[in-house]
Design a protein around this ligand. Structure first.
Ligand code: PXP
Length: 244
């Protein structure tokens, strides 16, 4: 079965635009739970531009669904993660000036440091995931350092699709397919995410080795028009349909 993790960062983006207590990410997480999603994802960024430390405290305390904490591989985040011991930790590259996570993590170029970084997280019981592009060297390095999961970056696939650059989109899709097969053959659990929408989720959901999709911005945007539970149910329906 293909799981759906819902990223609630942008509920906090709207809250932070006004400095009010609303909309509350925890309230969104409860709705996500009721709508039948399989997990909650939240990215605690170094600049706290959306999710705040208190949101992570509330989610860890009040949530029944597993929490996937996205974070940069910094000492500060490691301390926070070890305090909370979330179900899953997804390591992402982070640049202050970027609008969103633009590329994958360079695991191959930092394998020694990352192997040391993730050891205490693994020992604390969290499933550690690497958010990477589908390049074989990044996938092999993730397996070598002992990550349990790789999350393949679908952002370029989604952007090419939106821009109507069909040949490039299809090349990205082929690379993600091959990457998923390679990762699974090395014993890694395969996830995917970034930029997924009702219209582009099908071909990614159809890749048999992928076990989980993490989707945020589009679902929160669509919920303005149809509500969060309906947006989640429709995404789930399209994922299931693609999966056959
Ligand atoms: N997966 C990871 C690792 C991410 O960093 C993000 C964005 O925070 C997502 C999934 C979700 O991407 P989107 O908000 O574009 O659906």
């Amino acid at each position: 079965m293909l799981r759906l993790g819902v990223n609630i960062d942008h509920v906090a983006t709207i809250r932070n635009a006004r400095g009010t207590p609303w909309p509350d990410p925890m309230r969104a997480a409860k709705l996500v739970e009721e709508a039948g999603a399989d997990g909650i994802t939240a990215h605690l960024r170094e600049d706290r531009r959306h999710i705040a430390d208190a949101d992570i405290d509330a989610l860890m305390e009040g949530l029944r669904l597993p929490l996937n904490l996205e974070m940069a591989a910094t000492a500060e985040m490691q301390t926070i993660a070890l305090r909370h011991k979330p179900h899953a930790i997804c390591l992402v590259p982070e640049k202050r000036e970027e609008r969103t996570t633009e590329g994958g993590l360079d695991v191959a170029g930092n394998d020694n440091a990352l192997a040391h970084y993730i050891t205490p997280l693994r020992e604390a019981g969290s499933r550690v995931s690497m958010f990477i592009g589908a390049q074989p060297d990044q996938i092999r390095a993730s397996a070598r350092i002992g990550a349990a999961v790789v999350e393949l970056h679908t952002g370029a696939y989604a952007d090419y699709d939106t821009e109507g650059r069909i040949a490039e989109r299809d090349a990205e899709l082929a690379a993600i397919r091959e990457g998923a097969a390679l990762a699974a053959s090395l014993g890694l659990e395969v996830h995917a995410g970034h930029g997924l929408t009702f219209d582009n989720v099908g071909p990614i959901a159809a890749i048999p080795e992928i076990r989980e999709l993490n989707i945020g911005h589009f679902l929160i945007a669509e919920s303005v028009f149809i509500g969060l539970p309906a947006a989640i149910r429709e995404m789930r329906r399209r994922m299931d349909e693609a999966r056959g």
